[in-house]
Design a protein around this ligand. Structure first.
Ligand SMILES: [Zn+2]
Length: 424
């Protein structure tokens, strides 16, 4: 079948992973839980019946915090055919040769199998080679590369921006007080906010870092307010009065404007996680959302920083048309692969069709893993190639493409474009 031939051809193409949380010291999964309770799979598992308290046992402790394998039978049968369930089964099958059942009874055996393989010499290299990954960007900057040689380059990014607004259950007042506390500043006016932002960037050294990764509130307005207006909003919040939604949006926007002003001489790329928001204090309440003025209004910011390249990791399907048009309207925007609630085969399939129609492949990146272990780096690369094979097969059958053009497009999005834009 055409899609199978395409899939085989895609597996031969080298791949760059432009966003992950891989730790150089420990590249492989520590056990089966790191694979089965991948952070994006926790949500369908919870929805199917595993208690939130078990999946996220401590407040704000996020990735892979809870691995309640004893409750697997309650939920796994209902999620194994969904997007992330399919990936889990492929990981076990392709990387471990395991095709047996996944249940609370079989979990200890699977766990032993993962631990044994992960401990093998050269295991990470073997998995990365199977996925044909040539370089990985990672937010985990310690330990230093010289102390931990890796089979392929693992390149540092900076992911600790002034972004305390990714959790809407914290009001503006709490954000300002926590952020101020962290930098020993009482944020009571615009000048003290700027002081805290300066202290933040003074504390974090970006030498040698090209990529600034950031995750912002889903509520942002890019109409930059005057200092008088910002001062008024901060004082209003500080006095305990409720600020309006628009005032919050304006202040959230200002955090980004000011951050980029601080880093513009140092970084090349602003990589933005877009469109997933926590609406509860624990990680349980994650939804896809962005206010209407967010994506479209970003043209102001993009135009103001022509020296920074904006690489968008979109997790909010409804804004795909906005992002595609921003790519075509400005020279300094590209789309990374798909984030969180867009990383589902059906959603990616539709989005690829639009992206390939609207955006040149020199602005499209096919893949990032968001992985914490090479097993998921492999799993997400595999799903990406499966989806691309289906999309290209469909476009060829509809008469839009020939095979050669399809493979050239695939080489661009998986390798050439990230290499060119990230310069790795
Ligand atoms: Zn991430």
């Amino acid at each position: 079948m055409l899609k199978d031939d395409l899939f085989d051809a895609l597996c031969e193409i080298p791949v760059i992973d432009v966003h992950s949380h891989i730790n150089r010291e420990r590249l492989c999964a520590k056990g089966a839980g790191d694979i089965l309770f991948y952070h994006m799979l926790q949500y369908p598992l919870r929805s199917a019946g595993i208690e939130a308290e078990k999946l996220w046992p401590e407040e704000q402790k996020f990735h892979g915090a809870g691995q309640p394998f004893e409750d697997l039978d309650k939920a796994w049968p209902y999620v194994e055919g969904g997007g992330f369930g399919v990936i889990v089964k492929k990981i076990f099958e392709d990387l471990y040769g395991y095709k047996g059942e996944i249940s609370s009874a079989s979990y200890p055996e699977i766990d032993e199998m993962v631990k044994a393989k992960s401990a093998q010499e050269g295991r990470a290299a073997e998995v990365l080679e199977k996925a044909n990954i040539k370089a990985i960007y990672s937010s985990v900057r310690k330990p230093a590369p010289e102390d931990n040689p890796t089979p392929i380059p693992v390149i540092d990014t900076y992911e600790r921006g002034v972004n305390g607004r990714n959790n809407e259950s914290f009001g503006l007042e709490m954000f300002l007080s926590k952020f101020g506390e962290h930098y020993e500043t009482d944020i009571c006016c615009i000048e003290s906010l700027r002081e805290a932002i300066r202290a933040h960037f003074a504390r974090h050294d970006l030498t040698g870092i090209d990529v600034y990764v950031s995750w912002k509130s889903s509520q942002v307005s890019w109409e930059r307010a005057s200092d008088i207006e910002l001062d008024r909003i901060i004082k209003k919040s500080k006095s305990g009065s409720a600020v309006t939604a628009e005032e919050e949006r304006v202040l959230n926007g200002e955090l980004v404007w000011s951050s980029l002003e601080h880093v513009r001489d140092q970084i090349k790329i602003f990589q933005m996680c877009y469109g997933t928001q926590f609406t509860t204090r624990t990680p349980a309440g994650a939804i896809q959302r962005a206010c209407p003025q967010y994506a479209s209004g970003m043209s102001r910011l993009i135009a103001e920083f022509p020296d920074i390249h904006f690489n968008i990791m979109n997790g909010f399907e409804a804004d795909e048309p906005e992002w595609c048009s921003l790519c075509t309207a400005y020279p300094n925007v590209s789309l990374a692969g798909f984030w969180w609630m867009m990383f589902y085969p059906s959603v990616m399939h539709n989005a690829w069709n639009r992206r390939f129609d609207m955006v040149p492949t020199s602005r499209l990146m096919g893949y990032f893993s968001d992985g914490y272990c090479v097993d998921w780096v492999y799993g997400r690369a595999l799903m990406t190639k499966m989806v691309l094979a289906n999309v290209f097969a469909e476009r060829i059958e509809r008469g839009y493409l020939d095979l050669e053009t399809a493979l050239n497009m695939a080489k661009d999005v998986l390798y050439n474009t990230p290499k060119e834009i990230f310069g790795c």
